[in-house]
Design a protein around this ligand. Structure first.
Ligand code: SAH
Length: 462
């Protein structure tokens, strides 16, 4: 079985530093049931590829304490394990690239947090459930998936197709994320494991899935298959993922509660509603809808024929459901609104086909390194005609009397931007994704410091 990882980020040879593998050397590492050979088929500053060939010893596999397959029919000797990417490949990745997978790079530590363009090729991957399972697991993580399915036998074509695929994946992401995704997902596709699955596997899954599994739309399937369909362990892992779920939900999402600030939030929501009305939009997304305050305002406007509220936090969605009285709404209103749990850092097909999206006080809740995923998904993938984003203007903070200097307005805020920072960011996104953008202050305007909230209104270029 063969894995290759290619990057084209200049200088592409950085890949060798990040993987701690010298480009001029063939390295062989021992695995419990075979060996992995690592080398570079191409090395240049423009393009660099590392390859890992995993060779398993079929006889050693049979001599293990827990051989798979039917002993009588010789299946233990003649099977796909030496050739198909499976948990053996994951074990080889973990052994060969453990530093990179844990986000460490001795010589160039600044590289580990940089998303880079990668192309991964895996030959071959057995996939139970076919191409749609590959896509279900990989596309939300931003991968483009190309899967070439192989015939069972090229001579006896009548035997039909096999479950083996040559898979090519492209994505721009951090190397540590890429390796963790492969580590977890390869055995998920295969839906089998070469070793006994115990509680320790739950820890491994949570560790390698940190930052992406808890909110992945396919987390149930991934968890169940990774844990070899053992229901007790699966339940345990899913419960743990649920508590890991999300940023703190919403009751104190705004800055310290003073009357002034409550008024500001209401004013902000009212402003966003007015802007949405002006666009003429009929189908609206409220991304990071929180407890549903904007949803409630929007539902009262007939122009908005359908409103989708989305948030990563289940608890916030529960509160929104109550605030909107969803269960008691008349069918006319009920048909106009839907709430879903999803994460802005994943591609989600359900967000496509809308006229406008609002992100009110949401972006500052994401780490800056995750914002690229958000913009790719909203502006590159869902692509509503209008996007309205509001965020605090940090310059204004000195005017909040109760706020200690240098503090942010809320403990879950990862950053607060000055007007220049926000405008630079928004202009770059608009340029990259084919939108125009205008800016408006929201709230009482101070001549030098601006308004407490800044708002960007993006419109797609026709
Ligand atoms: N828009 C609401 C809530 C703002 S608080 C309002 O103005 O009242 C920020 C919200 O963003 C929270 O509800 C939080 O759960 C949500 N959020 C944070 N990160 C998210 C992500 N990656 N995907 C979706 N929602 C997210």
């Amino acid at each position: 079985m063969l894995l290759t990882i290619t990057t084209t980020r200049y200088p592409a040879t950085d890949l060798s530093y990040m993987l701690h593998k010298h480009p001029a050397k063939l390295q062989t590492i021992d695995l419990p049931k075979g060996q992995a050979h690592i080398f570079y088929p191409e090395v240049s500053d423009e393009r660099c590829t590392i390859a890992m060939v995993v060779e398993l010893d079929p006889v050693a596999l049979v001599r293990s304490s827990n051989p798979q397959g039917d002993a009588f029919a010789l299946e233990q000797y003649v099977n796909d394990r030496p050739y198909a990417a499976s948990s053996f490949m994951s074990a080889a990745i973990a052994k060969a690239f453990s530093s990179a997978m844990n986000g460490r790079c001795k010589d160039k530590p600044e590289l580990v947090d940089i998303p880079m363009p990668f192309e991964v090729k895996l030959a071959v991957v057995p996939v139970r459930g076919g191409e749609q399972i590959l896509k279900y697991a990989l596309e939300p993580l931003g991968y483009t998936v190309k899967a070439e399915r192989h015939e069972l036998d090229t001579v006896f074509t009548g035997w039909g197709e096999s479950r083996y695929y040559t898979v090519t994946l492209t994505n721009t992401c951090r190397l540590s994320d890429l390796l963790s995704h492969l580590y977890v997902l390869i055995p998920v596709f295969d839906n089998s494991k070469h070793y006994w699955v115990s509680d320790g596997e739950v820890e491994k899954l949570l560790e390698k899935g940190e930052g992406w599994l808890a909110t992945h739309p396919a987390k149930d399937m991934i968890t169940r298959r990774y844990l070899k369909n053992m229901s007790g362990l699966t339940k345990m892992a899913l419960n743990r993922l649920l508590t890991e779920d999300a940023p703190t939900p919403d009751d104190e999402h705004e800055e310290p509660v003073s009357e002034e600030k409550i008024r500001l939030h209401d004013h902000r929501l009212e402003t966003v509603k007015q802007e949405l009305l002006l666009t003429g939009a009929k189908r609206i997304l409220d991304l990071g809808c929180g407890e549903g305050k904007l949803l409630k305002l929007l539902l009262a406007e007939k122009q908005f024929e359908f409103i989708l509220g989305m948030d990563v936090s289940l608890r916030a969605l529960e509160i929104a459901k109550e605030r909107l009285n969803l269960e008691k709404l008349s069918s006319k209103y009920r048909a106009r609104i839907e709430l879903i749990q999803s994460a802005l850092t994943y591609r989600d097909q359900r967000l496509c086909g809308y006229d406008a999206a609002a992100l009110v006080e949401v972006i500052e809740h994401l780490d800056e390194s995750r914002l690229q995923a958000l913009t790719g998904n909203v502006f590159g993938f869902a692509r509503p005609e209008y996007v309205i984003i509001t965020t605090p203007n940090r310059e204004y903070n000195v005017l909040f009397e109760s706020m200690p200097e240098g503090k942010l307005r809320h403990s879950d805020h990862r950053f607060e931007w000055t007007r220049t920072e926000f405008e630079t960011w928004a202009n770059t996104i608009a340029g990259n994704h084919g939108y125009t953008v205008t800016f408006k202050p929201v709230g009482p305007l101070n001549e030098t410091l601006g308004a407490p909230t800044q708002m960007a209104i993006f419109k797609i270029v026709d």
